[in-house]
Structures are given as C-alpha cells and as structure tokens.
Write a protein that binds this ligand. Structure first.
Ligand code: ADP
Ligand code: MN
Ligand code: MN
Ligand code: MN
Length: 361
C-alpha cells in the first residue's frame, strides 16, 4: 500500500472513485484499501456468513453497497437487489494494516431493515433499556472438522472417552491449536473484546469468549469473530462447525453460554435473583430463539438442563442459568444463561435477554 497519493485527475472537485470511473484507469500513485463487506444471509434454519471485497480510495469511508439477494435466500430473482449498510468497521488482521473488515446490516432498497436483519431489534432493545447499562459476554464453542470427521479423530472408530481433553495439553489430546492461536491473534489485532479461550470436553472442540460489552456490540463482535474463525481455518483446509450436537452419543454438545448483567446486578445480589426469575417466566420463549436443534443438546445430560425444565442455581452446571460462585460470594456481578446453542444468533439472544431482564426491573 502506498503511503502517499496524488489525485489522478486534473479536475480538483472530483473524487478518486469518479476519476477511476471517468478515465477507466488506476493511477500508480493513487492508493486504496481493501474492504471486506461481511453480512448475515437468509439461509434456513441457521444463517450463514457471506462476504465480498470492495477496493476503496484511501480517503473514503466504506459506504452503502449492494448484493444479489437471490443468491443468499434474501430476495426473489426479479427483485434481487439488497442493500448493505456498514455498522462496524475494524482493521483487517488478515490482509493488512490499512485494509478493513466491514460488518454490514442488510436493508431493502427503501433502506428499511430486511426481515433477516436481527440486529435492528437488538438495537431497539438496547435503546429502550440503555439506562440499565446491560452488558454481555458470550462463550462461543465450536468443533473443527476435516474430511467429514472431527479434526484429529481416527479414520475408523472413536478417540478415547471424554475426560482428558478439556483444557488439555499434548498432541494426543489437543487438535487444531495452531488455528485457535492464529484466530486469537487476529481477534486481538482487530480490536475485538476477545477475552479468553480453552480446549473443550470433546476432542476437536474449542471455546473462546468475548465480552463484556453492550448487547449490540456483543452481536457485532461475535459475528465478526466467527467470520475470522471460518476464514483462518479455511487456509488449513479445516471447517468450523457450530452444530449444537456435532457427534451423536456420549459426546458434549456445543453451546454459547451467555453471561449478562445490568448496572443493578453489578452492584447487588437481589437483582441477579430477579433476573433469573424473569428468565424462568419466559423459559419457552427463550429456548425457542436460542438456536436450531436445541432439543438435541439440552437433554439434561452433558452439563445441561433439559429444555423442558428451567432452574437456576449457584455453581450448578446442570442448571439453565448459573450464578458463578464468586458472584454469590461477592454478592454482585452477573449470571450465565447456559442454554443458547453454538449456532445461536447473538443479536437475537442478547436482545431477548435484555428485554426480559430489563423489563422486570
Ligand atoms: P465459564 O466459567 O462459564 O467457562 P468463561 O470464563 O468462559 O466462564 O466466560 C465468562 C464470560 O463472562 C466472559 O465472556 C466475560 O466477558 C463474561 N463476563 C464477565 N463479567 C461480566 C459481567 N459483569 N457482565 C456480563 N458478562 C460478564
Ligand atoms: Mn467458558
Ligand atoms: Mn465451554
Ligand atoms: Mn460457561
């Protein structure tokens, strides 16, 4: 990338982009950055991430752009145009210093939110309850796959039973660490609120955490960090699965524990219990919006509470909502909703928890 740039056109009032359009050439002295526009598509039952690249003159911000919604389950062929509006721009840790990742929300051509745009409702929830200062931290679990089996698993049969893998060390227990490390570095370089990682109970399964941040930022950063994970693993020929139950049998599922607090919860204990009770009142509604296939994961086994029940408790990993021991001890802090699936939409989960908890206070 060139540090200095000159206008390629003699007309002082034109922008670089207009020069390029007019002259059909790109001056060697003009510099650009690469903007990777990222958005969430309309695939059912679980949305996929999509992205494409735009070359933008250095002195311009990423603006509105469009895409073919008929190729992403977001529009019919005869009205295929959908609009991308940038909502968060971060440094691109893969391409280089001046390049950007541009998270977008999807709009119709009249600039109203597309029906697949779940961010809009999350923004509304935050606007409504901003005075309560809701904060979220999510623990994204995922599983690496290679050649249609979990990374590092034997080509026939299974690895040894669960036990030594959680937070394990050594080549016999840990698969894919180099990708995990590269992903962590990328998230930190991009300025995300990435705050930790661990190997999970099932071999080839991992977790990273982001937070604490407001619910909209939580959604933005979880989606951006997922994009980085897919993109980095792609270079290794490894796929990332957010399937909530990637292997049937005596193997842990993959969740996205969602930790949350309001200002009141961070100051005293009663609001934490109130929040848990409020979630209990709307248990079915929440489970319905916590990710496709949740029944296969919330069985009551493998550190879960059945999706048909609701209970909360201190240190209880068999509860729907856990109050961490240090929170009970200090008498303030946050609670952990253990129900969301790995494949949940963080805008939906955080928006719903914000609505339920803040409306009860
Ligand atoms: P676990 O013991 O469940 O594995 P982790 O250490 O993996 O917990 O994750 C803890 C999460 O809690 C992190 O995402 C962190 O950002 C979040 N968190 C910490 N404090 C708060 C808070 N006050 N409000 C909301 N989330 C919080
Ligand atoms: Mn965790
Ligand atoms: Mn975990
Ligand atoms: Mn947890």
């Amino acid at each position: 990338m060139l540090a200095s740039r000159e206008h390629i056109c003699d007309l002082p009032s034109t922008t670089d982009a207009e020069c390029v359009q007019t002259h059909g050439i790109v001056s060697k002295s003009m510099s650009f950055y690469k903007a990777e526009y990222i958005w969430i598509d309309g695939t059912e039952p679980t949305s996929l991430l999509r992205s494409k690249t735009k070359i933008i003159p250095m002195n311009e911000d990423p603006g509105l752009w469009g895409f073919d919604g008929s190729s992403t389950q977001q529009a019919p062929g005869d009205k295929s145009d959908c609009v991308l509006r940038p909502v968060r721009v971060i440094p691109d840790p893969i391409r280089g210093e001046s390049d950007k990742l541009v998270l977008c929300e999807v709009l119709y051509t009249d600039l109203t939110p597309h029906k697949t745009n779940t961010r809009a409702a999350c923004v509304a929830a935050l606007d409504k309850y901003a005075a309560q200062e809701p904060l979220f931290g999510m623990e994204q679990e995922y599983t690496f796959f290679e050649d249609h089996k979990p990374l590092g698993w034997p080509s026939r049969g299974f690895p040894g039973p669960q036990g030594p893998y959680y937070c394990g060390v050594g080549a016999e227990f840990v698969y894919g660490r180099e990708i995990v490390e590269e992903h962590m570095e990328a998230c930190l370089e991009a300025g995300l609120a990435y705050c930790g990682l661990n190997a999970e109970v099932m071999p080839a399964q991992w977790e990273y955490q982001i937070g604490p941040v407001d619910p909209v930022t939580m959604g933005d950063e979880l989606w951006l960090s997922r994009w980085l994970l897919y993109r980095i693993a792609e270079q290794y020929g490894v796929t990332v699965s957010l399937d909530p139950k990637p292997v049937i049998g005596d193997w842990n599922g993959a969740g996205c524990h969602t930790n949350f607090s309001t200002k009141a919860m961070r100051e005293s204990y009663a609001p934490i219990e109130n929040a848990c009770a409020a979630l209990g009142e709307k248990a079915a509604l929440h489970v319905e919006h916590y990710g496709f296939g949740i029944e296969s994961r919330l069985t009551g086994l493998h550190e879960t509470c059945s999706y048909k029940e609701f209970k909360y408790g201190v240190s209880d990993r068999g509860a729907s909502v856990r109050i961490p021991w240090h929170v009970a001890k200090e008498g303030k802090g946050y609670a952990e909703d253990r129900r969301p699936n790995a494949n949940c939409d963080p805008y939906v989960v955080c928006g719903l928890i914000t609505d339920t908890v803040c409306s009860a206070n």
